[in-house]
Design a protein around this ligand. Structure first.
Ligand SMILES: Cc1ncc(COP(=O)(O)O)c(C=O)c1O
Length: 392
């Protein structure tokens, strides 16, 4: 059996797989079994922010693996202390204590628990089209019905309001609200940025009613949108920040950051065997040092602007709208996007979907202008549009 057949036979089969076996990556490129190269605008779904197999991340993993791989948080550890210091340095003002975990959905689970514990309230207000993960608590905050219905009943006391509608959120936030949870740009929901007015209005309503604001930066964090965290675009500070994806250069890791106003979290109320393990912590320290040292958020802002400019210059009647910030870009079509993602792959470009009509581009932040040119020219080709440079 080949690799495809083995996976098809022995995995549960919940993933909608593409017919490609990826075996190697470097920077913004990956290679398949036959040695064919692809420009990777999937990046493990927005994970490889510093690029695939960044040498500093590889070296940190190798060296930590030879010293200590596992050490539960019942003990102190040098690698963990180093990453905590860095998270404190790069996260928004006020966020200064962290719970380390292993994935995005786990960060959201913990954030909901901490918010309920800190406020003594139960209700969580989330957004329509929002996505926060698929374990039962996070799934309760997620909007998409088809992910939720088969698993009902979910966690009670969640409601969903229209994104970017300040008045509806203000109405929904009251003295029973433990937290509001929001993505600064809805990723899975179609790459839809929030407005600053909306985020600021929700921040104010939370303050007035004593509710906590959880900003889910699992997809938008670590430089993706042109700032280290996307909430910086909107002039607001979260009470709780959820992180994962780009945090550790590709190694599974998540984190919850909390502001001091969240108060004390009771001992043993939330724990994880693998949380804060030295291997992930060493990888994250290296990845954060690369993000900061090479100023990748600024690079994402500049190359993202170039990417969008080139997309806008592409004259295609199939395109409805181009949205995004930094290197989190969505191209909404007037028809189903799936066949175009497939065609792009055949031409050596990997892109994601966000819903049925949106092509989503989440490349490593180290992607070059030449690689972006290749992506846009290929896209123009598969859309049957005339490729033009941004200047034209
Ligand atoms: C905003 C957001 N929150 C939560 C998650 C869930 O993360 P994970 O897939 O690591 O559980 C995702 C994943 O795409 C996400 O984009």
């Amino acid at each position: 059996m080949n690799h495809r057949q083995i996976e098809d036979q022995f995995s549960v089969g919940v993933y909608q797989k593409r017919d490609l076996v990826i075996v190697r990556g470097e920077g913004a490129r990956v290679w398949d079994e036959a040695g064919r190269e692809y420009v990777d605008c999937v990046a493990g779904i927005g994970v490889a922010n510093v690029g695939h197999c960044h040498p500093a991340v590889v070296a940190a993993i190798q060296s930590q693996a030879a010293r200590l791989i596992t050490c539960n948080e019942i003990f102190y550890n040098d690698a963990r202390a180093r990453v905590l210091e860095r998270l404190d340095r790069i996260t928004p003002e006020g966020i200064n204590r962290f719970f380390l975990c292993n994935s995005g959905t786990e960060a959201v689970e913990g954030a909901i628990k901490f918010a309920r514990m800190a406020t003594g309230r139960k209700h969580v207000v989330a957004a329509m089209r929002g996505y926060h993960g698929k374990t039962l608590g996070s799934l309760s905050a997620t909007w998409e019905r088809k992910y939720k219905e088969p698993f009902a009943p979910l966690v009670p006391e969640f409601s969903h309001m229209p994104y970017n509608n300040a008045a509806e959120f203000e109405k929904a936030i009251d003295d029973q609200t433990a937290a509001v949870i929001l993505e600064p740009i809805q990723g899975e929901g179609g790459v839809r940025p929030a407005t600053a007015e909306f985020m600021q209005a929700v921040r104010r309503a939370c303050d007035e009613k004593g509710a906590l604001l959880i900003i889910d930066e699992i997809q938008t964090g670590f430089g993706r949108t042109g700032r280290m965290f996307a909430c910086e675009h909107f002039g607001i500070l979260p009470d709780i920040l959820t992180m994962a994806k780009g945090i550790a250069g590709g190694v599974p890791m998540g984190a919850i950051g909390i502001d001091r106003r969240v108060g004390e979290i009771e001992k043993q109320s939330h724990t994880s065997t693998f949380g804060g393990n030295p291997l992930a912590c060493a990888a994250a320290t290296a990845a954060i040092d690369v993000l900061v040292g090479q100023d990748l958020p600024r690079h994402a802002a500049e190359t993202g602007a170039y990417f969008v400019e080139r997309l806008r210059a592409m004259a295609s009647p199939r395109v409805r709208e181009i949205r995004g910030l930094g290197l989190m870009i969505g191209l909404e079509l007037k028809e189903k996007a799936g066949p175009f993602a497939q065609a792009l792959m055949q031409e050596g470009v990997l892109a994601l979907l966000a819903g049925t009509t949106v092509l989503r581009f989440l490349p490593p932040l180290v992607i070059s202008r030449e690689q972006i040119d290749r992506v846009v020219d290929t896209l123009a080709h598969v859309l049957g549009a005339a490729p033009r440079s941004a200047a034209e």
